[in-house]
Unconditional design. Structure first.
Length: 253
């Protein structure tokens, strides 16, 4: 069964970077192939996918998912939106996904599986599940970090044309199949001198470090507020909802 893949709107602005590979992949699953089979077929046509996709039942009971992926270069995959987008991310960002897995496996080898992940492993999970990548002018980034929504989407709104935003987290992509204003990404800034979009994956694959991520270098962005991503945000009052566009803690206290 497709388990929701038929509901993906591939014309959504946030999926434009994913559409060329994602839409045919979804069509293969909708035609009756498992997610793992469809992902492997597409991976065979790509030069740099470091993993194969296997059924979820291949994950031995009691073994950590991240450790299994690291040890076998195989990704247990269920048929559904979450694992579909996870697999698609492996194809789209192979170096970054491999780096995250290496860092996660190292944390597990060092500390084991504990009830609380710890700051580094928690941050790695946040990045993997919910990150968005932003290359933007300083003024735009600074306003985002400050949660200065009125400046970010008011006077600074034209600067979004000079920015490049791409979603990464597979849970984030899954949630946006049913868009709602409160969906918020953890935004990670890509260096402004990093070059074209095609360079983002190798750059991230060498740049990401567990200790740096543990410092929570993320800004929070309700993604439907991005200009051009949602018709309702053309009206300034869209940004007045304090349950979505929350004030900084010191200001709200």
């Amino acid at each position: 069964m497709a388990h929701g893949l038929e509901e993906i709107d591939w014309n959504a602005p946030w999926l434009q970077a994913w559409r060329a590979r994602g839409q045919p992949l979804a069509q293969a699953v909708l035609a009756g192939h498992s997610c793992a089979h469809a992902l492997n077929t597409l991976a065979d046509s790509l030069p740099n996918c470091p993993v194969r996709f296997v059924p979820q039942s291949d994950l031995p009971p009691g073994q950590a998912y991240e450790s299994f992926v690291f040890d076998t270069q195989q990704v247990p995959t269920r048929d559904g939106l979450h694992d579909f987008f996870n697999g698609l991310c492996w194809l789209h960002f192979p170096y970054t996904k491999q780096r995250l897995n290496q860092l996660q496996a190292a944390q597990i080898a060092r500390s084991g599986i504990a009830p609380v992940r710890g700051p580094a492993r928690d941050a790695l999970t946040v990045f993997d599940e919910n990150a968005a990548l932003l290359q933007a002018p300083d003024a735009l980034w600074d306003a985002l970090v400050r949660k200065d929504w009125q400046a970010l989407f008011g006077p600074l709104r034209p600067l979004w044309q000079a920015a490049r935003l791409e979603l990464f987290g597979h849970a984030l992509l899954e949630k946006l199949v049913h868009p709602r204003a409160a969906i918020t990404a953890h935004v990670y800034r890509v260096a402004s001198d990093n070059g074209a979009h095609g360079d983002w994956d190798p750059w991230l694959g060498t740049h990401l470090q567990a200790d740096a991520l543990a410092g929570k270098p993320f800004a929070h962005l309700p993604v439907l507020g991005v200009p051009g991503w949602w018709p309702a945000n053309e009206t300034p009052a869209f940004y007045d909802d304090l349950a979505v566009f929350r004030l900084p803690r010191q200001a709200s206290g």
